[in-house]
Design a binder for this molecule. Structure first.
Ligand code: ASP
Ligand code: CP
Length: 311
């Protein structure tokens, strides 16, 4: 694997290999000394041109726990703020002998473009409303562990995954749909018509605007954030109406199967797309997703960089 830009580029065996290695990496989190020599001597630059809490921190932790040297670059504080282009910035940093760039950018396609300019490996940490492949991988990892603990087996085949909310502005939904195409889960997308991406009818997923119709069958309910910062105009009348139609309220929580997992990539708008009762429920996997994020990112970095240059 040279880059990780889209989950659509992963074969079933590549995706499963990342999830399986992540199981081993997860063990490191439980140790008192969290250090593996796996990426000693490698240099990873985290370039975040958009805000992040989970992704940036977990990539940095993942690199550090595997003994890589990790450096953070953001638009503010770099010469991007003086008008340097993305291409010049990438070429400049690549010339320093960097092994891997982890990039989040506000433009869809910018990370793939950057990958074409550099010698180093590139990981997409979220590009506009396009993709967020490591999020989908950590989601799959979390689902698989949840299925196991509920005695539902190890596989995704036959599992019903409902992804609900602001799908139009979400990169998480696209990466999840593409990943489940190889893993085998059955995806239903739930959103008001105004928040559906164009061309969604060609995705490998059913689409509905009736959240209540999927509640009692879903094995996973993944709630997505209403992304106000990407909304130029009103996509729904009021927040209250949005919550009434598409929020995981206390009433809807009571209608889920007892074995269903509640997920949210974060950050959550409590009281809008998810109630606090649902976010904090025993079946909520939200913090497990965060924990899995470190293990899955360790696995991804190892797949890209591990074993290289051991001459
Ligand atoms: N944190 C996720 C992302 O960056 C989801 C979100 O922001 O709602 O795509
Ligand atoms: N889930 C996610 O990508 O969170 P951040 O935006 O905080 O990184």
């Amino acid at each position: 694997m040279r880059h990780l830009l889209s989950t659509g580029d992963l074969s079933r065996s590549e995706a499963l290999a990342i999830l399986d290695l992540a199981e081993e990496m997860h063990e490191v989190q439980r140790r008192s000394i969290k250090k593996l020599p796996a990426l000693r001597g490698r240099t990873i630059i985290n370039m975040f041109f958009e805000d992040s809490t989970r992704t940036r921190t977990s990539f940095e932790i993942a690199g550090k726990w595997m003994s890589a040297d990790t450096i953070n670059v953001s638009a503010k504080g770099s010469s991007v703020s003086k008008g340097e282009s993305l291409r010049d910035t990438m070429l400049t940093l690549d010339s320093m002998g960097v092994d891997c760039f982890v990039i989040r950018h506000h433009s869809s396609g910018a990370v793939a473009q950057a990958a074409g300019w550099v010698q180093a490996h590139v990981v997409n940490a979220g590009d506009g409303a396009h993709e967020h492949p490591t999020q989908a991988l950590l989601d799959a990892y979390t689902m698989r562990r949840h299925f196991r603990t509920r005695g539902l087996g190890d596989g995704f085949e036959g599992k019903r995954i409902a992804i609900v909310g602001d799908l139009l502005h979400s990169r998480v939904v696209r990466s999840n749909v593409l990943l489940q195409r190889v893993l085998g889960g059955t995806v239903t997308l739930v959103a008001p018509p105004t928040l559906l991406p164009t061309g969604v009818e060609n995705w490998d997923a059913a689409v509905t605007s009736d959240f209540d119709s999927v509640l009692d069958r879903a094995d996973v309910v993944m709630m997505l954030r209403v992304q106000r910062e990407r909304m130029a105009s009103g996509f729904f009348p009021t927040e209250r109406e949005y919550t009434a139609g598409f929020g995981l309220t206390r009433e809807r929580l009571a209608r889920l199967k007892p074995t269903a997992a509640i997920m949210h990539p974060g950050p959550m708008n409590r009281g809008v797309e998810i109630s606090s009762e649902a976010a904090d429920a025993a079946s909520s996997r939200v913090l497990d997703q965060v924990s899995a994020g470190v293990a899955v990112r360790m696995s991804v970095l190892y797949h890209l960089l591990g074993g290289e240059g051991e001459e």
